[in-house]
Write a protein that binds this ligand. Structure first.
Ligand SMILES: Cc1ncc(C[n+]2csc(CCOP(=O)(O)OP(=O)(O)O)c2C)c(N)n1
Length: 340
């Protein structure tokens, strides 16, 4: 069974420029409509749901604040990009997700100029963003580069290789750490424990605190006042974060579902003129859809489902698994092609 819903604001957004002048109230309503549309689409296609629901507000805020596609927006893994696809000219095809001839379930460069980086592998977005930032600097351009990476993906080696280089090169780049305390399943390991400690030591920062913190990165003439603000803000912190030690300017944690907070923080990050910035956003995977919020895996990947009950379609009995078909197809290849 499906739910009917109205989407008067989403209907007006063919591309992100259509929402750049929206008021805060309109953006909040747009996020609600976008969430409904995402749930509705995935209920008929199946696919990744929880991650996309967790970044609905972030997606709205990013496309509102940044001049995409000129500003590059890179989604790590890309499995959370369905709301992004809906806002970037692909709403009419969103119910073809992952179908033959339809939209990809990940970001895909050939699909849209709003997808500057094709993904599916995790943990590559900071590295890709750094490459784009350095390229931009060489070409003397001004566009922003924003990478959104989850806490799960932040635990892989490539993210650290990228931060190692980003901190040293000091290129202007924004990284948003989307911390929902979930990977495909609940996360394990030292990084997850570290982020939990970071959060428990610092409740959400108030908007005022975060603005003071980030003001230090704004260009002159604000700089002198900002420097004092920075000292004030830093004095309240419990010590350097890992990200600061690696050369990032750390901002947060902030509530990634609160557009009133997200928008000014993103605007300030956009207008900051130097170095890499990491904005620590706290979100909830599956946000706004009770069956997803209640599920142990937060509906990371789902079959088609009933929107009202959340019940997922059962797998077709005896249907072969993807990996089995893949393995059998490899085995059917002539022996010469099997040698690597
Ligand atoms: C190199 C690589 N390893 C493993 C995976 C499987 N995988 C898909 S999503 C994901 C992590 C998801 O966690 P997170 O980055 O926190 O994003 P969230 O889904 O919570 O938004 C992983 C490990 C992958 N896509 N690529």
């Amino acid at each position: 069974m499906t739910e009917t819903f109205e989407t008067p604001l989403l209907d007006q957004v063919k591309e992100p420029r259509d929402m750049r002048d929206f008021t805060l109230d309109q953006l909040i309503q747009l996020a609600d409509e976008l969430r409904q549309e995402t749930i509705s689409a995935v209920s008929v296609t199946g696919g990744h749901l929880g991650a996309g629901l967790g970044v609905v507000e972030l997606t709205v805020a990013l496309h509102h604040v940044f001049n995409t596609p000129e500003d590059r927006l890179i989604w790590d893994v890309g499995h959370q990009c369905y709301p992004h696809k809906i806002l970037t000219g692909r709403r009419d095809r969103i119910r073809t997700l992952r179908q033959e001839g339809g939209l990809s379930g990940f970001t895909k460069r050939s699909e849209s100029p709003y997808d500057p980086f094709g993904a599916a592998h995790s943990s590559t977005s900071i590295s890709a963003g750094l490459g784009m930032a350095v390229g931009r600097d060489i070409l003397g351009r001004e566009n922003n580069v924003v990478s959104v990476i989850g806490d799960g993906s932040m635990s892989a080696g490539m993210a650290y290789e990228a931060m190692n280089n980003a901190g040293a090169m000091d290129s202007r780049q924004i990284v948003i750490l989307n911390d929902n305390d979930m990977s495909i399943a609940p996360p394990v390991g030292a990084m997850s424990a570290y982020l939990s400690r970071l959060l428990s030591g610092r409740s959400y920062r108030s908007l005022r605190e975060v603005m003071k913190q980030i003001a230090a990165r704004l260009p002159d003439p604000l700089e002198r006042t900002a420097k004092r603000a920075e000292e004030f803000a830093r004095g309240m912190m419990t010590g350097g974060t890992l990200f600061e030690e690696l050369g990032f300017y750390y901002v947060g944690p902030i509530d990634g579902h609160n557009l009133e907070h997200l928008i000014p923080v993103l605007k300030n990050a956009r207008d900051a003129r130097n170095g890499p910035i990491l904005i620590h956003c706290v979100t909830q995977k599956g946000k706004g859809y009770p069956p997803a919020e209640a599920a142990a895996d937060k509906y990371h990947g789902v079959a088609k489902f009933d929107v009202i009950t959340g019940a997922q379609a059962k797998a077709t009995p005896n249907a072969p698994s993807y990996t089995k078909v893949f393995a059998q197809s490899l085995l059917r290849r002539p022996p010469a092609m099997r040698r690597s």
